[in-house]
Write a protein that binds this ligand. Structure first.
Ligand code: URA
Length: 209
């Protein structure tokens, strides 16, 4: 089973509380999502492997540490995942960015993919899949299906708020994936919103509604 971690750093918790408040406007919401994503990326990258490298300082030759292992790609799930991309890039500026988009067919209620654009070397990369809300898990599960079908195997999922139902569903469908969230909330309501949550993350990020 992959990791499941609630990243409860005080700065993350404080900023999350700010965006939960319904009075928080688009500008601050966007800024806080960006900052939380940066802090989360710092925590999530804690286990990145290092290797030794020979360098020369102005004083002498020396052996020091440098990042080893797979290069990173960030994959936002459209649309709300876009709000987390710049924050992760603050920590991992050389990462490539792929996009996945899906919608729910109104008749069949099944998710349908409408957009996939990924770096060509996706199978060689460590993926950070980002979406602020892990609610039922339907979108995240389908995103993982889409990515694995195209060769991805090393995937970390990052969200701001998770519902227990979504965590369970994602873990059952994709037990190999590591899940990181800033908060594990109480439950989903009958409309599919996370309680207490923060409302519709996409609408709040982009000022639509
Ligand atoms: N998506 C959202 O944006 N918010 C929720 O609470 C659930 C799903």
């Amino acid at each position: 089973m992959g990791k499941f971690e609630v990243l409860n750093h005080p700065l993350i918790q404080h900023k999350l509380t700010i965006i939960r408040e319904k009075q928080c406007g688009t500008k601050v919401f966007r800024e806080m999502v960006n900052e939380i994503s940066t802090l989360m990326a710092y925590e999530v990258s804690r286990d990145m492997p290092l290797e030794d490298i020979e360098i020369e300082t102005p004083i002498c030759k020396t052996t020091q540490k440098t990042l080893a292992g797979k290069k990173v790609a960030i994959v936002p799930i459209l649309r709300a995942g876009l709000g987390m991309v710049d924050g992760v890039l603050n920590m991992i500026p050389a990462a490539k960015v792929g996009h996945v988009g899906m919608y729910r067919d109104e008749k069949t209620l099944k998710p349908v993919e409408y957009f996939v654009k990924l770096p060509s070397d996706i199978s060689q990369r460590q993926l950070f899949v980002v979406d602020p809300m892990l609610a039922t898990g339907g979108s995240a599960i389908m995103a993982m299906d889409m990515l694995k079908k195209r060769g991805a195997s090393n995937i970390k999922f990052m969200c701001l708020v998770a519902a227990p139902e979504g965590v369970k569903a994602l873990q059952e469908a994709h037990p190999d994936i590591d899940i990181y969230t800033a908060a594990l909330d109480d439950h989903l309501n009958e409309d599919g919103y996370i309680v207490p949550g923060l409302g519709d993350a996409g609408d709040r990020l982009f000022g639509t509604k």
